[in-house]
Structures are given as structure tokens and as C-alpha cells.
Design a protein around this ligand. Structure first.
Ligand SMILES: [Zn+2]
Length: 314
């Protein structure tokens, strides 16, 4: 910058605020126009531009074999940061006064699943978050798409007012919920309202997509989407079989719901509810490392089987 020019007032000072990566940087410079400072010592002209730019999506590190030809699964620990997910105040049957939060359970379980997949050595794996941070729902699957993931698995723990409700379930995408409970879950996980299976608002999902939802809905009828939905259902079947010995599944273990986080049009995706955080029995298992590791073992096996089958069929 030419400080002499500034002191003579030969150029107009402009200040631009740039939104970069969530932080704001002020940038001051000189334009070629005359009369920057007036006789009263105040600035005549102030150009402020605030470009609305999405912060660049930083992609997480990939664990496992350093071989890009091997398939990649992206594990998505649900919730995080200012979004705690479901909370159980009476975790561990009320003996433990610490609050069990879904966002902590999903992160611990996802890390354990990652370790299990790395130990197999045949599939690469990445987590959408490896700390306590907030990520919007579309950002989660966009990360996986950008990384070229062959499978996206979002990890959650359900909650119900009925403390008797327990067991794991798997959700895959459908524009119409398979039952009232699936609609309730979509409302909770999407942070919006669902009535009779129709999503009225998808909370931060819609904000973050900035009008992308309509496009995604159009693509939903595309064949590639149907293909992804079929592969998602195949994975759900494998997950049920492989994880079944380690966790109790609900009677209706596979449900369909309109979940924002599953809306990647071209990537097989499933949401795994690893149990009910509101159930004393499930909460105790999810709060315990040994309990989580068993569930994770089943999930890691299912991921390995899913990709092995894909490579067999080619
Ligand atoms: Zn959740």
C-alpha cells in the first residue's frame, strides 16, 4: 500500500469484508478514484462488499490402506457441537449422574467402527467429524461424495418417551416414511416438522442446501437414485445379519424415512440407530466401551462384506 497516497488523500479508501472459512478479514486498500478524505477529516466514501460465499468444505483424513483403488466408506457420527442429539439424564440406570448425550455416543461408536475397518485392511474409512463440532446435514454427505465414498453410514442413537422402547434399527431413504415412527424419527433427525410422512420443514437441512432440496428431489426419481436406494437396502440387510449377534434389533428393523442426511443422489447411504439412549439397557451398553466395541465389530464386518460382494459381482 502506498501510505503517501493515503496521507495526501489522493485515493478513496475501500474496505472489503471477506467471509472466509467462517472468519471475517478486513481488507483495506486504495482505489484510483479521487477525494478519499474530506476537509472534515471524515471518509467520503466507504465501499463495503460482503460476498456470500460458502466456507470451503474441508475434507477429513482417510484411515486404512494407502491405496486409492480400495473402496472408501464414510462413517458419520450424528449430531455434534451445539446439537447434542438425544440426551439421557439418567444414564446407566440412574446410578450415573452424568448426562449421556447422543453426540458423544455416536462419536465414540464411530471411532470404534473406524478402528474395526482399519484392522480388516481391505476398506479405507473416514469420519465426517472426529471431534465435537457441528456439521450441517447436507455437508455430511457432500463430504463423502467429494471423497468418492462407495458407502455412507450415519450413526445415531434413538430416543423415545416410552422407556420400554429399545433395540437397534436401520433407516434407508424413501420420500414417504414407512410408518408413523419413521416419520417421527425423520422429524427429530432433520430438525423439522413432519406430518403424515410429509416433510414440512427440514430445519437446518434446507438452510444449508440453499435451495438445493428441490434439485435433489428431482434427481430422486432418476434411475441412479433408485440404484443407490437398492444398494442401500442391500447394505441394511447385511448390517442386520452381521451386527445381529452383537446387538438386539427391533422387530421391524428396516424402516424407510425421508432423512436429509441420506439424500445423496448417487451414493448408497444408511442411517444406523444403534439403540435407544432413553432405554436404561441400551444406554448402559452404549455408554460402555466394551458394549460399543461389540456393536462396532458387527458394523465393521458388515462394511467389509458389502464391499467384498460388490467386487465379486464385477
Ligand atoms: Zn440422532
Amino acid at each position: 500500500m502506498n501510505y503517501r497516497a493515503l496521507s495526501y488523500g489522493a485515493g478513496a479508501v475501500f474496505i472489503a469484508l471477506l467471509a472466509v472459512g467462517g472468519g471475517y478479514f478486513a481488507y483495506a486498500g486504495l482505489t484510483g478514484k479521487a477525494a478519499g478524505w474530506g476537509s472534515h477529516g471524515v471518509m467520503h466514501r466507504l465501499d463495503v462488499s460482503l460476498p456470500v460465499a460458502d466456507p470451503p468444505l474441508s475434507l477429513p483424513p482417510i484411515s486404512g490402506p494407502n491405496d486409492p483403488s480400495l473402496p472408501l466408506v464414510v462413517i458419520d457420527p450424528g449430531h455434534g457441537g451445539r446439537d447434542p442429539g438425544a440426551i439421557n439424564d439418567a444414564a446407566n440406570g440412574g446410578k450415573n449422574t452424568s448426562r449421556l448425550m447422543e453426540k458423544d455416543v455416536t462419536l465414540a461408536l464411530s471411532r470404534s467402527i473406524r478402528d474395526g475397518i482399519v484392522a480388516q485392511g481391505r476398506v479405507r474409512v473416514a469420519l465426517t467429524r472426529d471431534d465435537d463440532r457441528y456439521i450441517s446435514l447436507p455437508e455430511r454427505y457432500e463430504m463423502a461424495r467429494k471423497m468418492g465414498a462407495g458407502l455412507f453410514l450415519s450413526i445415531h442413537a434413538d430416543a423415545a418417551e416410552n422407556e420400554e422402547a429399545q433395540g437397534a434399527s436401520i433407516y434407508t431413504l424413501s420420500e414417504t416414511a414407512s410408518d408413523r415412527e419413521a416419520a417421527r424419527l425423520a422429524a427429530r433427525e432433520n430438525g423439522g416438522a413432519v406430518i403424515n410422512g410429509v416433510v414440512l420443514s427440514t430445519g437446518d437441512g434446507v438452510d444449508a442446501t440453499k435451495g438445493m432440496t428441490a434439485d435433489v428431489s428431482t434427481i430422486l426419481i432418476d434411475l441412479s437414485q433408485r440404484d443407490a436406494m437398492r444398494s442401500s437396502a442391500d447394505f441394511a440387510q447385511i448390517l442386520y445379519r452381521e451386527a445381529g449377534p452383537y446387538i438386539g434389533f427391533r422387530g421391524r428393523w428396516h424402516r424407510y424415512a425421508s432423512l436429509v442426511v441420506l439424500k445423496a443422489p448417487d451414493m448408497p447411504s444408511a442411517l444406523f440407530e444403534a439403540g435407544y439412549i432413553s432405554s436404561a439397557q441400551d444406554a448402559a451398553r452404549l455408554a460402555d466401551k466394551a458394549g460399543r466395541d461389540k456393536i462396532a465389530q458387527g458394523v465393521a464386518r458388515a462394511v467389509g462384506v458389502y464391499f467384498a460382494r460388490l467386487s465379486d459381482s464385477r
